[in-house]
Ligand binder design. Structure first.
Ligand code: ATP
Length: 292
């Protein structure tokens, strides 16, 4: 487990990361979200030791993190860092060797990853001849080449189409299922789909953190009512309900005194019903409310 404990970073008088604490647990995917400039990259750089902290510390399995432990992590930096004019095999072997794999092990690991990433036939191609999606796959492969103990990925999915995202997610789930995985992203739908835990940063501070399910449950419970061929506007006059939106046969409501079963009964009394469904609060709402 990676523990970030009261981490701060100042530039002159400006504090860009302010007393940030959270945990990244093994076997769990932790999403790191926040508006542009919230401090995500700065925090990740401090976790990786690329940038020193002004205060606070990073721990690994409860102990202060060391350079050796950091070397064992897989890191995908925001500025990337592969060599555009080097072929895939040579550069992945190079990274594996930098991490201490012997030549034979490095080569077999690279072959394994290229196969896994469906890039075997591109092994001798230069990186910059690959599509953006394939270059991102190589970036991920580079972060996995030394069989890391944890993964810290700065916007690994940016610029990818939905199918490329799905295939990257599959690969990560196969290769890194048991590892602590922290990744930053602006794609909230993706974060919602992938993450077990969430850390929301605003202005350098953690404004919400915890399991995604718990964060969702903290918000108001909403119900979607869909009538069959009848206007749903009657919900506006129902006592014990706050109507958030009505669109023809559909309405979104919050219960304000009424019980769920009473809402369902009231709907059936008004006419044919397609559904009365409890809605999870979307992550985008949690995000907006947290950073407000
Ligand atoms: N070397 C630096 N000197 C001064 N300020 C800096 C420096 N590096 C970063 N900052 C500032 O720190 C703040 C946090 O930046 P950071 O890149 O960590 O945010 P972020 O959440 O990763 O943003 P984005 O989503 O846009 O990548 C920003 O206001 C940025 O301008």
């Amino acid at each position: 487990m990676i523990t970030v404990e009261k981490l701060s970073r100042r530039y002159g008088d400006v504090t860009v990361v302010d007393d940030v604490s959270f945990e990244v647990r093994p076997g769990r995917t932790t999403g790191f979200v926040g508006a542009n400039g919230a401090g995500k990259t700065t925090t990740m750089r401090m976790i990786m030791g690329v940038l020193s902290a002004s205060a606070g510390e990073v721990r690994w399995k409860g102990e202060p993190i060391t350079a050796d432990v950091r070397r064992s992590f897989g890191y995908m930096p925001e500025e990337r860092g592969l060599y555009p004019r080097m072929n895939l095999v040579d550069q992945l072997v190079y990274f594996a060797r930098l991490h201490g794999l012997d030549p034979r092990d490095a080569r077999s690991r690279v072959d394994e990853l290229l196969e896994h990433f469906d890039l075997t036939d591109r092994g001798s191609d230069l990186l910059d001849t690959l599509s953006l999606g394939n270059q991102q796959r190589v970036q991920i492969a580079a972060s996995l080449v030394h069989r890391p103990t944890a993964l810290v990925l700065d916007e690994p999915f940016s610029g990818l189409d939905p199918l490329a995202v799905d295939s990257m997610v599959d690969l990560l789930q196969q290769e890194a299922a048991d590892l602590p995985l922290l990744f930053s992203s602006h794609q909230l739908d993706l974060v919602e789909r992938l993450c077990d835990d969430l850390v929301i940063l605003a202005g350098g501070r953690v404004v919400a953190a915890g399991p995604v399910d718990e964060l969702r449950d903290r918000g108001a419970v909403r119900y979607r009512v869909v009538m069959d061929g009848a206007d749903a506007a009657w919900l506006r006059d129902l006592r014990g309900v706050r109507t958030l939106d009505v669109d023809g046969e559909e309405a979104l409501v919050e219960l304000d005194g009424l019980k769920p079963a009473e809402l369902t009964r009231a709907a059936f009394e008004r006419g044919p019903v397609v559904e009365v469904a409890r809605m999870h609060q979307p992550l985008s709402d949690i995000f907006r409310e947290s950073v407000r």
